[in-house]
Design a protein around this ligand. Structure first.
Ligand SMILES: Cc1cc2nc3c(=O)[nH]c(=O)nc-3n(C[C@H](O)[C@H](O)[C@H](O)COP(=O)(O)OP(=O)(O)OC[C@H]3O[C@@H](n4cnc5c(N)ncnc54)[C@H](O)[C@@H]3O)c2cc1C
Length: 376
C-alpha cells in the first residue's frame, strides 16, 4: 500500500460507520496525523456491522467462480497487506495462511473438476497461486477430521482467513488509545462536510465526511442494496480444522471457517432480501446438514449463535468509491469486504490526498454496468 507522509495540514475528518471500512480508515487516518470523529448507529459493543457477522475469509480463488475478475486480481496483494496490518496492530495471530480446501461428495465430483479447470486458468494468470488436486488419502492427511467419504479435494494456496472479531476488537482498542472521538447510538445522514444526527437533528461540520455505513447507506443511495447472509457459530472439541473448508455443491456453497477456542463459523446463505429477522429453519437445516455430511463429528457441536446481516452491494457486486468536494462514499464491498478492504482503503486515501480537483468521481467499479447475480 502507498505510504503517505504525515499530513502537513491535518484535516478534521468525520467517518460515518464503525464497521470494517470505518475502523480501518480511522486507524490509517490517525496514523497520518488527521483528527477523526466516528459516528455509528450501534450502541457501544453492540456489533451491528456485517464485518462482525462475516466469516473473515481472504479467498480470491475460491470466490472467483461466482465473482468478477477484479476479486481474484486483488487477491494475493490483499493477503500481504492484511499480514502487514495484523503485524502493525500486534495481531499477527489474527491471520492464518494455510490456504483453503474445497471438497465435493462423490456425486458432485464433476462440479469440482470443472471448478479446478476454471480456477487453473486464473492461477495461470497469477503465478503465486497454486492449486493442488488431492485424492482421498491426501484430503484426510490435510484435514483428518473431515468425513472419509470425500474422495477428492482441491487445496488452494495462498488463501487466508482472519480472526475477524479479534481484529475488529484490536482496531477498537488501538483507536481507544488515541484522541479519536466515537459517537455511538448515532444514526446519521451524510452530506459534503456535514454529518446530521437523525435522532437529535443536530449538524456537525467537518473538513471531510467519509461515508462507511455499508448497507445502512441504502436509504440514501437507490443503487445500493443489502444482500442477506446467515451464519451459524458452532463450538466443539471433536473437530479440528487448520483452514477454511468449502463444499462444492450444485445448489449452495457451504463453508466452515475455523476460529480460535474450538469455534467454527458455518456459512453462508446469500439471499436477495433486506430482511434482518433471525435465521430461517430452512437455512439452519441446510447449513447444519451440509456441515454434518462434511464432518459427522460436528453432530455434538453446540450452536452458540446464528448471525444475520446484510452485505452492501451495487448492481455489479463490486465496490465503488466516489467523491464530491467534502464527501467520500466507500461502499459496495458485498461478500468480499475483507478481501477488498486494502484496495478500497488505498483508493479512499488517494482521493483524500489528491484533493485539489475533486469535482470528479473516482471509481473502483462501474456500478451500473452489469447485472447482479442472484444466488442462494
Ligand atoms: C454472513 C456474511 C459473511 C461474510 N463473509 C465474508 C468473508 O468471509 N470474507 C469477506 O471478505 N467478506 C465477508 N463478508 C462481507 C463483509 O462483511 C462486508 O463486505 C464488509 O463488512 C462491509 O464493510 P463496511 O465497512 O462497508 O460495512 P459494515 O462492516 O457493515 O459496517 C457498517 C457500519 O455502519 C454503521 N451504520 C449503518 N448505518 C448507519 C447510520 N445511518 N448511521 C451511523 N452508522 C451506521 C453500522 O452500524 C456498521 O457498524 C461477509 C458478510 C456477511 C453478511
Amino acid at each position: 500500500m502507498h505510504q503517505y507522509p504525515t499530513a502537513k495540514h491535518p484535516l478534521n475528518i468525520a467517518i460515518a460507520g464503525y464497521g470494517l471500512l470505518g475502523r480501518l480508515l480511522a486507524w490509517r487516518l490517525l496514523l497520518l496525523g488527521h483528527s477523526v470523529t466516528v459516528y455509528d448507529k450501534g450502541r457501544s459493543g453492540s456489533n451491528t456491522s456485517a464485518a462482525y457477522t462475516a466469516a473473515g475469509m481472504l479467498a480470491p480463488i475460491s470466490e472467483a467462480a461466482a465473482s468478477h475478475p477484479s476479486i481474484y486480481r486483488a487477491g494475493t496483494e490483499a493477503i500481504n497487506t492484511w499480514a502487514n496490518w495484523c503485524r502493525e496492530l500486534g495481531l499477527s495471530h489474527a491471520i492464518q495462511q494455510q490456504g483453503s480446501l474445497i471438497v465435493a461428495h462423490p456425486q458432485d465430483r464433476a462440479e469440482l473438476t470443472q471448478f479446478y479447470r476454471d480456477s487453473q486458468r486464473i492461477a495461470d494468470e497469477n503465478t503465486s497461486m497454486t492449486l493442488t488436486m488431492l485424492n482421498r488419502q491426501q484430503v484426510s492427511e490435510l484435514e483428518p477430521d473431515l468425513s472419509n467419504q470425500l474422495d477428492q479435494g482441491l487445496w488452494i494456496n495462498p488463501e487466508a482467513h482472519l480472526d475477524n472479531r479479534a481484529l475488529l476488537a484490536g482496531l477498537d482498542q488501538w483507536l481507544q488509545r488515541t484522541d479519536v472521538t466515537i459517537w455511538y447510538d448515532s444514526e446519521v445522514s451524510v452530506s459534503p462536510k456535514q454529518i446530521t444526527d437523525l435522532n437529535s437533528g443536530r449538524h456537525f461540520q467537518h473538513d471531510w465526511v467519509i461515508d462507511c455505513r455499508g448497507a445502512g447507506a441504502r436509504f440514501d443511495q437507490p443503487t445500493l442494496r443489502g444482500v442477506r447472509g446467515e451464519t451459524l457459530h458452532l463450538e466443539t472439541r471433536e473437530v479440528t480444522l487448520q483452514r477454511p473448508v468449502r463444499l462444492m455443491h450444485p445448489r449452495y456453497q457451504l463453508y466452515i471457517v475455523p476460529k480460535p477456542n474450538h469455534r467454527f463459523v458455518i456459512g453462508a446463505t446469500q439471499l436477495e432480501s433486506e430482511d434482518l429477522s433471525p435465521i430461517s429453519l430452512q437455512s439452519n437445516l441446510e447449513l447444519s446438514s451440509a456441515v454434518y455430511t462434511l464432518a459427522p463429528a460436528f453432530a455434538e457441536a453446540r450452536i452458540l449463535e446464528a448471525g444475520v446481516n446484510l452485505r452492501p452491494a451495487y448492481a455489479n457486486n463490486l465496490p465503488h468509491v466516489s467523491a464530491n468536494e467534502g464527501l467520500i462514499s466507500a461502499n459496495g464491498l458485498f461478500r468480499h469486504g475483507y478481501l477488498l478492504a486494502p484496495l478500497v482503503v488505498a483508493q479512499t486515501l488517494s482521493i483524500l490526498h489528491g484533493q485539489n480537483n475533486l469535482a470528479c468521481e473516482q471509481l473502483i467499479s462501474q456500478p451500473h454496468s452489469e447485472q447482479a447475480t442472484h444466488e442462494v
